[in-house]
Design a protein around this ligand. Sequence first.
Ligand code: XMP
Length: 517
Amino acid sequence: MSARQIWIVDFGSQYTQLITRKTRELGYSGEILTLEKVEELFNNGQYPKALVLSGGPHSVFEDNHNYDFLFQREDLPILGICYGMQLLGKHFNGQVEKGFTGEYGHSKVHFTSDFKIENCPDEFNVWMSHSDHISSAPSEFSVVMETNNNFIGAIKHNSRPILGLQFHPEVDHSEFGKEVLGHFYDELANLNQDWDSKTMLQEAIEFVSQVGDSYVLCAFSGGVDSLVAATLTHNVIGEKLHCFFVDNGLLRPQDYNHIEVLKKETNLNITILDAKENFYNACEGVSDPEVKRKKIGYTFIEVFEEKVHEYEKDHGIKFEYLLQGTLYPDVIESISPHKKGGKSDTIKSHHNVGGIPERMKLKLLEPLRLLFKDEVRMIGKELELNPDWVHRHPFPGPGIGIRVLGELKLDSIKKVQQSDQILFEELHNFDLYGATWQAFTVFLPVQTVGVKGDARAYENVICLRMVDSSDGMTAKYSQLPYEFLTKVSNRITNEVKGITRVVYDITSKPPGTIEWE
Ligand code: XMP
């Protein structure tokens, strides 16, 4: 059973998560379900208050699945987006035409009847991403929006609460997309708002209560996810929660400071496990990025297991749960029905704590598993955590290990630590910390010619990477003032020994990833 009033059926669109986010931003609870799950729940007589059919990469012409079960209940409000709208067209006997060139990108739509949406102008920009389209609306539907090149933009059922949109209201490029979604939930589906930070926190607390009297351990990084997960768990089980922070020697100066601050200023029981040598030894001589990531991941698991077992013996306790700050995007990626046909490419292995629960025979406790990062920040605020902690930039598990390109050497790690220290001091001095989503320096193991004093220098390069993003999936380089960039560059070349050149990475993601390895 789903506790959410809106079920979003995933047909494999790259934007399905965004539908959920936008739905919740509007104050309605929604979750993504597979088609199979929805069919099973419908067969058991369970229904949502509204159903959203997502877009998808397929064509309704290629799809012989019988979707009739989705449309049986006359009173069920349904929103079909893109592929979802074409399913409506097919089911209700409209005409769907196969597209050969497709339409991708910006388009304009206008209302064609007296149907209006509050706060929407008569004409507005939307985001299209489709090849097939409905060329003739089913007889029970009216065309309520058209594109400026005379394609059908939206259809509405004449008596049932069903709306179909050819464009993607969930994408930021669609102006008034939120108003369109809001109109469906509010006017057509008649829903009440039921989603806010108090509800999220309450649910997370109830979830944590399942551990009863058990001891819980947390692989604590100090980042917003583990901090919020640990704080709310501590509020429920108190001293039975033990947090372990692994010092892998691949951290920045501010990470060490941060953990000391958290030890002093929170009630959390935080133990620092010094494992620098283990990580340096494991990575010695390794320069391939994937091998490096894997070595760092495995070392984390080994160190964690060994040191936590020692701790258990010393304290006469036994942990039963591993608390993790896993978020919704990680959870739904693994259940999407459209992954069936083949696995998506692994761009980079993200090894943080994966593998620990099996090795250490721990049950997983993931109170944030249904939430997005911005929602976790809202819970952090609700828990009255310091806003600076809640709005900390993300920092990857393998840390500086993936920011020293090629072989990891202590000297290069120090260069990144010093450059990062300078970068962050200046971000704060110029009041720009909040103007970028993530900022860091990368050590490039190439030598270039420079001049220092009157002498020729032949030294390494530091690259600055600062990006704007909302979730790390896509990113653009941050357009920060030249004055600030100049100051950072001057300081790094003057203060960090062995660096004569500083460059700024202006690549978007895609095609570049945010990290360099
Ligand atoms: P990429 O480099 O894939 O990074 O564009 C996207 C976001 O993910 C972070 N990142 C990681 N985070 N473990 C993490 O916890 C990892 O192994 C890892 N690799 C990348 C990266 O810093 C960026 O925010």
